[in-house]
Design a protein. Structure first.
Length: 260
């Protein structure tokens, strides 16, 4: 793994930092691959209770690397579609890993999140913003459409009509507006962002890892699933929870406390 992606672990909390501050953490093909590898490692590590995603420097992520777009303009027409399809597959793998991460994921948005950067933030469970954070669904300004999951995640946060307005206008949304419309969950002073993200992640990771993963998987499907299907999924998940060490220990501790 190169320095373009930094992964650190402290007290069971993983922090993944997009680390190309010289280009405002724009995502190129190499970074896509490294991000996938890092996210797969976090998902597979049972010692990690939560993940914080942030950017180095003064930006969260400026989106896709414009130099890659320039190369696309110069590529032979017959190569553009297949190369784009491969790039899309890597992008979709990364945002899918974020969305389906079996533990809480907090985007600590420390500056502008534009285009694909906004999509990546939206793929996280929670958006914690510094006061200098901003969001721009800038795709249409480049003659493109949101391709990193934003057209799925954004309407679920702000409603369909407002999502259309943000995508169609490609306008900038600052942290205060993001909070007011439900695009962000919390806003803190920039200097407190890292500590606030760590504290929130620790709170998220205090209970059963297995139960949390099952609850998250069910909630993520609930908007596209019928009431009866959610109950059915829940019954299967609960049966698994009954067998976990965390559940058994919790019940035993409660019963012991009730004797006193």
């Amino acid at each position: 793994m190169s320095d373009a992606i930094l992964l650190t672990i402290d007290s069971g909390i993983a922090t993944l930092t997009l680390n190309r501050p010289q280009v405002r953490n724009a995502i190129d093909d190499d970074m896509r691959g490294e991000m996938i590898a890092a996210l797969e490692a976090v998902a597979a590590d049972p010692a990690i209770k939560a993940l914080v995603l942030t950017g180095a420097g003064t930006a969260f992520c400026a989106g896709g690397d414009v130099r890659g777009m320039k190369n696309r303009l110069q590529a032979p027409p017959e190569d553009v579609a297949i190369n784009g399809w491969r790039r899309q597959a890597r992008t979709h793998r990364a945002v899918t890993l974020l969305h389906h991460m079996p533990k809480p994921v907090i985007a600590a948005v420390n500056g502008p999140a534009a285009g694909l950067g906004a999509d990546v933030a939206l793929a996280c469970d929670f958006l914690l913003c510094g006061e200098s954070a901003s969001f721009t669904m800038s795709f249409l300004a480049r003659g493109l459409i949101p391709d990193g999951g934003g057209m799925y995640f954004l309407p679920r946060r702000v409603g369909l009509a407002r999502a259309k307005e943000l995508v169609f206008t490609a306008r900038r949304v600052d942290a205060a507006e993001a909070l007011s419309i439900g695009l962000a969950d919390r806003v803190v002073p920039d200097a407190e962002l890292a500590a606030a993200a760590q504290e929130w992640a620790l709170q998220m990771g205090t209970h059963s890892i297995a139960a949390l993963a099952l609850a998250k998987a069910t909630l993520d499907r609930s908007l596209e699933t019928s009431f009866e299907q959610v109950l059915a999924i829940g019954s299967q998940s609960q049966a698994i929870c009954y067998t976990t060490a965390e559940h058994r220990a919790s019940v035993a501790a409660f019963l012991e406390k009730s004797k006193k």
